[in-house]
Design a protein around this ligand. Sequence first.
Ligand code: NI
Length: 391
Amino acid sequence: MPVINRIAEFHADMTAWRRDIHAHPELAYQEHRTADLVAAKLAEWGIAVHRGLAGTGVVGVLQGQGSGTKAIGLRADMDALPMPEANAFDHASKNPGTMHACGHDGHTTMLLGAARYLAETRNFDGTVHFIFQPAEEGKGGGKKMIEDGLFTRFPCDRVFGMHNWPDLPAGRIAVHPGPVMAAADQFTITVHGHGAHAAMPHNGIDPVLVAAHVITAMQSIVSRNTDPFDSAVVSVTWVEAGTTYNVIPNEAKLHGTIRTVRPETRARMPERIARVAENVAAAFGATAALEHRPGYPPTVNAQAEAELAAQVAAKVVGSANVVWNPDPSMGAEDFGYMLEEKPGCYVWLGHGGGAPGCRLHNPHYDFNDDILTTGASYWATLAETLLPRSP
Ligand code: NI
């Protein structure tokens, strides 16, 4: 069974919504127009609308037929990125410096398409919560919705997410029984030396040289302290030191990101980085202090829900097009917070590369409208499969 026929009939409407949202991108927690659009459509279809969670978040609640008490959450993200769009087509961004370069316009549209179909057919028994969240791009809107009572006000037994994936051909769906996206934590290491005239280095302790040794020594954390079958990234991405040519500064700062997929590996990283930095610095008579800032947790699917998601995906795209357990991504995703609260599954929806360079966060990216009905059909089939009506 491919795309649900009734949803295929919405394709022109969905394309119009998607392009409208694309043309009017909004940054984290400022998704007012998008949230208005979502709320108006849900209300038009008779779905109960709740607003205000995490500010611009929208939750639609739809009861099926029958008296079932099971409930699921289906989540889409609504925010855009602070980057200029390089496309020139009619639906290119009308908000300078803001762009839907991650396809959240498509994610919002696909969940709307499923909501319209499910409201029309209600061929399920239980409750579907349509969760439209703000601020996925680094600002933790999913976490904020949970803090604002998402799962206490709208209890869900399971929660599901989806992201378009340009490296996966259109018409395929990838499902991971376990980690799918990495944790993303940040660090700053401050190296304290002793400033001096650059021509008389023996009078000081050069924090730039110490920082260089710290960067080099940190390469051993992944290569020597991490299981080769595990995955981790420690990248120093930003080095700050000095003000001019002839002064050895007092201090140097190293900033960077840590990506991990296993919780135990993630937990070990601050101690490893601090130990390397502090002791390398000590060898030179300097000191180093680590500031570690936890970010998004890893996005980890539950085994049972991943198996269910794969079965549902097979109904929509055929089992030959379900990709089971490919390598996870070292990118991060704030749906990980929801999966810390509820069992569920986050899938990758094949998007295809499209035009050259049409990858996520590229200024030429545009969501592939051909997959709107595939994603909406996956959502609708998921609801009908997980909340079946009694025969
Ligand atoms: Ni995204």
